[in-house]
Design a protein around this ligand. Structure first.
Ligand SMILES: N[C@@H](CCC(=O)N[C@@H](CS)C(=O)NCC(=O)O)C(=O)O
Length: 267
């Protein structure tokens, strides 16, 4: 079975989960523990970031490489259009979304991390309560200092938010102009990428993710609750309802009893 080394709340992992679900491919999720778990990723794939896909003895890192590999290896339900103009639009949009939505999202997320419930939810579900409480009790000011340490200044956060607003406005325009999806009347890699990378702007409601119930439908103020983006989030909800599979605990090797998501290494 395909194995996805992932973080449950990672937008790039969500992009790949959407591709896998759209193509109706069965896979097992392996939750990477930030830090030590990433050493295992490095050993496997030569780099430390999730997602990484394992298909037999093939190991593929990077969400775009994974999506293209899956489409080539499992051609049913294609995600790259054959029409040349649509194909070009799809690939350009996907590349733009990775660089733009992915990076803006990361910067903007820092703001949301001031909410202690979102902060603790990003930890793997297996994290002991004592550690969750510790992370949850970090004061907001410490997050500001952490952000500055990572190079996120108030100005860069403001610029990322402005860019995200412009991006969402343009995506809404494309959705009203085209046939229901970003490049035409069927979903492509562009749609799955934009939907996946907006994961933390507003966490999808519904049974898709292994996150605490109270986080579903929550997200970044000014985006998640902005009526101007109703069209976008309604479109994304429909994409999820039509194609995303519900989250199920992994089945252990004997196939008998469900287990909690597999994790690698201990932080
Ligand atoms: N270009 C990569 C980006 C992946 C990425 O940024 N992954 C993040 C999680 S969303 C990650 O692993 N961050 C941990 C780190 O950078 O150490 C892709 O498309 O897969």
């Amino acid at each position: 079975m395909l194995e996805l080394y992932q973080f449950e709340l990672s937008p790039f992992s969500e992009k790949v989960r959407l591709v896998l679900d759209y193509k109706r491919l069965a896979y097992r999720k392996i939750e990477v523990v930030p830090g030590l778990g990433q050493l295992e990723l490095f050993r496997m794939s030569g780099q430390r970031q999730a997602p990484v896909l394992k298909d037999g003895n093939k190991v593929i890192a990077d969400s775009t490489a994974i999506a293209l590999y899956l489409d080539k290896t499992y051609p049913d339900r294609p995600i790259i259009p054959t029409d040349l103009q649509q194909k070009a639009n799809c690939l350009l949009l996907e590349q733009w979304a990775d660089n733009s939505l992915g990076n803006q999202g990361r910067t903007i997320l820092l703001e949301s991390l001031k909410s202690s419930s979102l902060r603790t939810s990003i930890l793997p579900t297996s994290t002991p309560d004592i550690l969750k409480n510790l992370v949850g009790s970090i004061p907001r000011e410490a997050i500001d200092i952490l952000g500055l340490g990572l190079g996120f200044t108030p100005d860069s956060i403001k610029a990322a938010k402005a860019e995200m607003h412009r991006s969402l406005e343009s995506i809404c325009m494309l959705l009203t102009q085209n046939g229901g999806y970003l490049t035409g009347d069927t979903p492509t890699l562009a749609d799955l990428t934009v939907a996946g990378l907006s994961l933390l702007l507003k966490i999808p409601e519904g049974p898709y993710l292994d996150v605490p119930f109270n986080l579903k439908g929550k997200g970044v103020p000014g985006f998640a609750d902005n009526p101007e983006y109703d069209l976008f989030f309604t479109w994304r909800d429909k994409l999820y309802a039509d194609f995303r599979k519900p989250h199920l605990p992994n089945i252990n090797n004997s196939g008998a009893a469900p287990t909690t998501p597999t994790t690698i290494a201990i932080d």
